[in-house]
Design a binder for this molecule. Structure first.
Ligand code: SF4
Length: 348
């Protein structure tokens, strides 16, 4: 069996590279700001999901300076819907650090990048390779899949990661590390897919051990997943007669930090719905909607029972909350779960 060679992958990439909004055209150097922002957005989600957010985000914050100087609510609002809001906070903090400590230029080494807020091993490797052509390994889920198949790596993830990294570094071509990183990403995303990989079109079909053994889909080896217990809670949608809705802002730290929400109870596995009225922001005649809203976070599924009530125009918001006029609801940085709650209550 022949050994895999970077040249075969690069030849394939030169013919089949994806055109992506954050990717420079062939032969041109990528903009580190665009590469970095796209890599943060792409974590845990797909290119298709990210594209429209990315375009809007870049139109709003065309440079790292625009992003650093924007108010945090504006950044959260542009991010709303992408999930994982701690990333948006880190993104903002990172842009500010690049302005404050690096004169608005991203550091051009993996170590320099890793020292910035929210930049882990993967993102540092990806930005160093793609934007600065550094010989760095950017190992994400796609790359893990390709490498564990190519070499039939038996060790389960995430324990196998150092070995995967080693394999990538051993293959890395000195002259085109940025293209190699992007080629690996493209191969994993378009050919070496989780199910039914298109091995017939793969530039590494000859040396791929998993293909030769007909075992492609059994790699990467994974330990069985433990799902978190479902959490329950109550969400209170209070509409004033003038159409304004009662909202509050979640604490800056933690799940959905800094995002807008209608008042809710705590979310817990043992939440007692019978006592929900005690968690309501005002003692009113609350109507419970027949169907709860369901949402799945990374670590747990959530089921929120939605309660609605109306109050006269002129009612003041309880402390720490605000009434947002109906026509301004679109400006609030709602996470997806809250958009579902508002939709269930007929407000979207
Ligand atoms: S031959 Fe198939 S399994 Fe192996 S790397 Fe290529 S697409 Fe993936």
């Amino acid at each position: 069996m022949t050994a895999p060679a970077a040249a075969d992958l690069l030849a394939w990439y030169d013919r089949h590279r994806r055109a992506l909004p954050w990717r420079a055209v062939a032969g041109e150097r990528s903009d580190p700001y665009r590469v970095w922002a796209s890599e943060i957005m792409l974590q845990q989600t797909t290119v298709t999901a990210v594209k429209p957010y990315y375009e809007r985000f870049m139109a709003r914050f065309p440079t790292v300076r625009h992003l650093a100087e924007a108010p945090s609510e504006e950044v959260m609002q542009a991010w709303a819907g992408l999930g994982y809001y701690s990333r948006a906070r880190n993104l903002h903090a990172c842009a500010q650090a690049v302005m404050a400590s690096h004169g608005g230029r991203f550091p051009d080494t993996e170590d320099g990048l890793r020292a910035l807020p929210g930049i882990g091993a993967y993102t540092a490797g990806a930005v160093a390779a793609i934007a600065f052509d550094r010989p760095a390994a950017a190992v994400d889920g796609n790359v893990e899949r390709v490498m564990t198949r190519l070499f039939a790596i038996e060790e389960v993830l995430p324990g196998a990661r150092p070995l995967v990294r080693e394999k990538v570094l051993a293959l890395l071509p000195k002259d085109r590390p940025g293209d190699f990183a992007q080629a690996l990403m493209d191969l994993g995303a378009t050919i070496c897919t989780p199910r039914n990989p298109a091995c017939g079109l793969c530039p590494w079909r000859e040396p791929c051990v998993a293909r030769v053994e007909g075992m492609q889909e059994s790699f990467p080896r994974k330990a069985p997943k433990k799902a978190g217990a479902t959490r329950y809670g109550a969400a209170f949608v209070l509409a004033r007669a003038d159409g304004a809705i009662l909202l509050r802002t979640r604490p800056a730290k933690g799940l959905l930090g800094g995002m807008a929400e209608v008042p809710t109870s705590e979310w817990s596995a043992g939440y007692e719905m019978d006592g929900a009225a005690q968690d309501a922001p005002l003692p009113l005649r609350w109507q419970r909607l027949p169907e709860p809203v369901r949402h799945v976070f990374t670590h747990f599924p959530l089921e929120l029972s939605v309660f609605t009530a109306k109050v006269p125009a002129g009612t003041a918001a309880p402390s720490g909350m605000r009434f947002t006029p109906a026509e301004r609801l679109g400006d609030e940085p709602f996470p997806s779960v809250m958009l579902k709650v508002l939709e269930a209550a007929g407000l979207r």
